[in-house]
Design a binder for this molecule. Structure first.
Ligand code: ADP
Ligand code: MG
Length: 638
């Protein structure tokens, strides 16, 4: 309750304050700045979807601002459209263009993605500039602000429209990001492979996120057009882009407040640089924040590290400069550089990241309470375990160039059994399960699940067919809590169409998902750590969490690739216990394992690989005495 009132209360207070401003302030300059604040707020919330949630450097947002501005402006200037129609058009055009850009660009990663968006920006501005018949090119496009429901909007009216739209965007975004959509965005940033393997569809979510963020850029562009009433293509070049990025990073990524704080910074920037007093005040605030960082780090002895000291030095330089330099404008690039440096080094989580840490400490905000765990039978229904063939591999092959990692493997896994897959290092075990789970396409052979061909070469589609897996090298969503890791993967849980999610109707569904995820965490003994970030869990707990996450898929077949690797003895015992419990639910398991005692304790049948081929199969006891197995293992040991 306390949490709810503090967070919602702050939002409401800010909104009321913003709405009330024109009643008390008649200064047109101040109102103009606040109008811009709302517009840039929408723009940065959109940019934060890619930069914060997807973790990609997006250099295209300035172009979407421009495209939105011209779409709305041209519709008004040439077609006499009303304000709402023009804004809707700006939103939709950028949504479509964003999706079209994302389709190829999001196949790329990291720097290549950044370059693709940069090229798009250059292309867009050139087209706006050269298509003179339509846009009047560099000469610029003048327009009049159209009416809203027949009413001409004065400065205050237009301001209210901007603030109203910002509030709507804020609310919709908040609802979206606290639903499965937001979790999926963050999950695919941490591990696209695992996102696909958990049946979420990394690529689809990336494209949707990017298109939506771009559409918000377009909406902001429409407002921008009606604010300035004069458009020139060169306003939307990459210099603006750099400032926008600085705004997002400085404000704080993955935060709506952060976007608005960043927007305030962008709006104030020109004034900051032209007024010596303002700049002085700003530098001193910066220095104080940097010093607070040092004081905050005093106890845990991080105070004297580079990360804390460098921003103090940089900010002290700014303060000194603010007293020495006369024309701050001339130094703008150096000033940007110092600020960007301090933020990236000292405040990687931005002002809001810093503030929210401080606030949680002051108010000791309790985490929102969790519901009681669902009964396990509801989350993981017991499957009847008839000994029919579940997975059937026939002549499975996978080559890497000349390496025959898997070379004609036949293997049958019966429903409801634990099937061991063993063999020396490099014998092709991981490759075999990577092919089964769709990470790799097979070079030859057949894969059948329940008699039907299994999809090949797609983690996402194999996950849909009822196969779940863990990874030999952990692929958790490190930044997400243990609970969220499991919630991302829950199957058949999130049915609400997205418009209703935007409107905030997903709460009930979320509660049910939390209860289900808790039941699975309980199964692996992690329910007490539900709120812990995955990367802060112990190594053993991380392994168990991957298992719980895979179980959220309600799999028919669960593949565990060396779950015991690196586990301390007590954890290994707990692992055996967990696998027994999963087996008890009637789920078939393929278990890759090195320790023969674990294999003997758990496996109903064992297949032994060497050099990509099956050299033996049978019960654990038969395998242990098999001459070729003895030879392979002794050979590997020698
Ligand atoms: P295991 O899991 O049994 O230790 P792997 O399936 O990981 O064995 O590897 C089998 C063989 O395939 C090894 O020789 C390995 O070097 C090779 N291999 C595995 N993955 C790749 C890959 N992505 N590219 C090239 N070679 C690979
Ligand atoms: Mg392996």
């Amino acid at each position: 309750m306390k949490r709810f009132f503090l967070i919602r209360g702050a939002e409401l207070a800010a909104l009321i304050a913003l709405v009330a401003v024109p009643l008390f302030v008649s200064n047109p300059f101040a109102l103009g700045l606040l109008t811009l604040l709302a517009i840039y707020g929408i723009l940065l919330i959109g940019l934060d979807v890619t930069v914060g949630y997807l973790g990609q450097v997006n250099l295209g947002q300035a172009a979407f601002l421009g495209i939105g501005a011209y779409t709305a402006g041209l519709l008004v200037a040439h077609a006499g459209a009303g304000i709402l129609l023009a804004l809707a058009a700006a939103f939709v055009v950028c949504l479509v263009l964003g999706a079209l850009l994302a389709l190829p660009a999001l196949r790329l990663e990291g720097p290549q993605f950044a370059l693709a968006t940069l090229s798009f920006g250059a292309l867009a501005v050139t087209v706006l500039n050269e298509w003179e018949d339509l846009t009047q090119g560099a000469q610029g496009l003048s327009l009049a602000r159209p009416a809203l429901f027949g009413q001409t909007l004065d400065a205050a009216g237009f301001y209210w429209l901007c603030v109203g739209l910002l509030a709507l965007v804020w609310l919709g975004m908040k609802n979206l990001l606290s639903s499965q959509w937001g979790r999926a965005f963050e999950a695919l940033r941490d591990s696209p492979i695992a996102t696909d393997a958990m049946g979420v569809g990394a690529y689809r979510h990336k494209v949707i996120a990017f298109a939506f963020g771009s559409a918000l850029g377009g909406l902001a562009g429409g407002l921008y057009a009606f604010d300035f009433k004069y458009l020139q293509p060169h306003s939307f070049t990459y210099e603006l882009m750099v400032i926008l990025l600085l705004g997002v990073v400085l404000g704080g990524r993955k935060s709506l407040w952060g976007a608005v704080v960043g927007a305030a910074f962008i709006v104030l920037l020109p004034n900051l640089l032209s007024s010596a007093t303002l700049f002085r005040v700003f530098s001193i605030i910066g220095l104080i924040i940097a010093l607070l960082g040092v004081i905050g780090g005093w106890k845990d002895k991080t105070a004297l590290r580079f990360q804390s000291l460098a921003p103090v030095v940089a900010m002290a330089l700014l303060v000194a400069g603010s007293f020495v330099v006369e024309h701050t404008e001339d130094w703008r690039k150096a000033i940007f550089a110092l600020m960007l440096f301090s933020v990236v080094v000292g405040l990687p989580e931005g002002l809001m990241g810093f503030a929210s840490k401080l606030l949680t400490r002051i108010f000791r905000l309790p985490a929102a309470p969790l519901p009681a765990a669902s009964p396990l039978d509801a989350v993981l229904p017991r499957q009847q375990a008839e000994a029919t063939t579940l997975l059937d591999l026939r002549g499975l092959k996978r080559y890497f160039g000349g390496i025959k990692a898997v070379d004609g493997v036949d293997m049958v896994v019966k429903a409801g059994t634990v099937h061991g897959l063993i063999g020396p290092n490099g014998s092709g075990k991981s490759t075999a399960v990577n092919v089964i789970s769709g990470l790799y396409a097979p070079s030859g052979g057949q894969l059948l699940l329940d008699g039907a061909p299994l999809p090949v070469g797609s983690l996402y589609r194999v996950a849909g067919a009822g196969v779940a897996r863990t990874f030999q090298n952990l692929q958790l969503f490190g930044e997400l809590s243990a609970l969220d890791n499991v919630m991302v993967a829950l199957r058949d849980t999130y049915r609400l169409p997205w418009p209703l999610v935007l409107l905030g109707f997903a709460r009930g569904e979320e509660k049910r998902a939390q209860a289900a995820a808790l039941a699975l965490l309980q199964l692996v003994g992690l329910d007490q750590q539900a709120r812990t970030r995955a990367r802060d869990l112990t190594y053993g707990a991380q392994r168990f969490l991957e298992i719980a996450r895979a179980l959220a898929r309600k799999p028919r077949l669960l593949i565990l690739d060396e779950p015991a690797a690196g586990l301390a003895h007590p954890d290994a015992l707990q692992l055996v216990d967990i696998i027994r419990r999963i087996h008890g639910r009637g789920i078939a398991i393929v278990l890759i394992e090195h320790h023969m005692d674990v294999v003997s304790a758990l496996c109903d049948a064992v297949t032994v690989l060497d050099g990509g081929q099956v050299i033996a199969e049978g019960s654990a006891e038969e395998i242990k005495r098999h001459p070729r197995v003895v030879e392979a293992y002794l050979g590997a040991a020698a």
